[in-house]
Design a protein around this ligand. Structure first.
Ligand code: PLP
Length: 401
């Protein structure tokens, strides 16, 4: 069926690509060995570090996705059989753990109910007991996109520091970096990982990693095999402005533009915008009388909200009707929460009216499925909140003027 208007792409990645970025990517292929190429490569590699919150780290861009960036972080720094710690609280932490196991790492997994965050006390006990420093790394997903739970990376760093534990801190920032605060240097993250298709507002296709000096040291001695994802090969080539293989040149131009947009807005403003838009979504869910999958309000994600449908209803139906009737793409519930939740992605190139239209489409789809919500109630709650806070944000966007 022909659809008019734009598809409302409100899944938590891939996110909408701004026109400026689309235009920047719309170009013929170029010679990636030309004398002009290093200017582009060096600009993006340098500027992405600002978004990761690092001056001391080294940045890498692989022609891959977030999954590739996971693999790069693990294979460049760990040895076969190394003991690592991780927490499984959604599909993405599950998949990363699965990768660790398939790479031959010995993973101690802390399973928590989906919707909960890190079991800080358990992690702390585990680190406290490891007086022989057998654990080589602790690998945490910052923002679990399945459940909309944001974890406290500073708290994990605090545990490692308290026990003077040298384990590497690896953080998946796929659905957090460039949308909510991420402070690689301040949190002493050793490997920070993301993909291009979320906060960076690009298509999928870049697996981005920043590695601390400590992680780079380990990469000189560790023994897990890697070829495509070799830090060493990248470093040799990046140092002179090139890549060890053919990079995606349109995506690099797109990244240059999206980094310029993030800098023009200012990261603090980017974070404030995400917080405010997310708060509006949460007000709507409250007005509907529904539950958010994330249990602890302190851990509510400002990039994605997983909405729990009442017992007896199928969230997949809401998603199907939203798509088929209203051209609105909502995120599906994954694995354990399939059918129980739908997800509203609120990250990237987004404003108030896009959220309000999404809430309207979601309300119509839910009503058609028979979920007892009052039509218009979520839209009203969110728009009231946006009106009340618009001055504050306009101020922020104008640097307080
Ligand atoms: N980690 C998180 C938190 C994600 O949300 C995703 C994808 O949505 C991934 C990892 C995997 O990234 P990709 O699909 O780019 O390989």
């Amino acid at each position: 069926m022909a659809m008019h208007g734009k598809n409302f792409l409100m899944v938590p990645g891939p996110t909408n690509v701004p026109d400026r970025v689309l235009r920047a990517m719309h170009r013929n292929s170029e010679d990636h060995r030309s004398p002009d190429f290093p200017a582009l490569a060096k600009t993006v590699l340098e500027n992405m570090k600002v978004v990761f919150g690092t001056t001391t780290g080294r940045s890498f861009i692989f022609p891959a996705s977030g999954t590739g960036a996971w693999e790069a972080a693990l294979t460049n720094t760990l040895n076969k059989g190394d003991k690592v710690i991780s927490v499984r609280f959604g599909q993405f932490s599950h998949l990363w753990i699965d990768m660790m196991q398939r790479l031959g790492l010995d993973v101690t997994v802390f399973d928590v109910e989906w919707g909960e965050g890190l079991p800080i006390d358990m992690l702390s006990n585990c680190i406290a007991k490891d007086t022989r420093h057998e654990y080589q790394a602790i690998c945490i997903v910052h923002n679990e996109t399945t459940t909309g739970v944001t974890t406290d990376i500073a708290a994990v760093r605090h545990i490692l520091d308290r026990y003077n534990h040298p384990a590497l801190l690896m953080v998946d920032g796929v659905s957090s970096i460039a949308s909510i605060p991420f402070k690689m240097d301040e949190w002493k993250v050793d490997l920070a990982i993301t993909g291009s298709q979320k906060g960076f507002m690009l298509p999928a296709g870049l697996g981005m990693v920043c590695a601390s000096p400590r992680a780079l040291e380990r990469s000189k001695k560790n023994n897990l095999p890697r070829v495509f994802f070799s830090f060493e090969d990248m470093i040799v080539n990046n140092d002179v402005g090139y890549f060890p293989y053919t990079p995606s040149i349109p995506l690099l131009y797109g990244l240059k533009e999206s980094l310029a947009m993030l800098m023009e807005e200012g990261l603090e403003n980017v974070y404030a915008r995400h917080r405010r838009l997310a708060t509006g979504v949460r007000k709507a869910v409250e007005a509907w009388g529904l539950k958010i999958c994330c249990k602890n309000p302190k851990e509510y994600s400002d990039t994605v909200t997983a909405v729990v449908v009442p017992e007896g209803f199928d969230a997949q139906q809401v998603i199907r009707i939203a798509y088929e009737k209203y051209n609105l793409s909502l995120g599906a519930g994954l694995m354990k929460v399939r059918g129980r939740v739908f997800r509203i992605g609120h990250l990237g190139d987004l404003n108030e009216l896009m959220v309000l239209a999404t809430l309207a489409g979601t309300e119509m789809a839910m009503s058609e499925v028979g979920i007892p919500i009052k039509l218009g109630s979520g839209v009203a709650a969110a728009s009231e909140y946006y009106m009340k806070t618009s001055k504050q944000v306009r101020g922020l966007l104008n640097n307080g003027k």
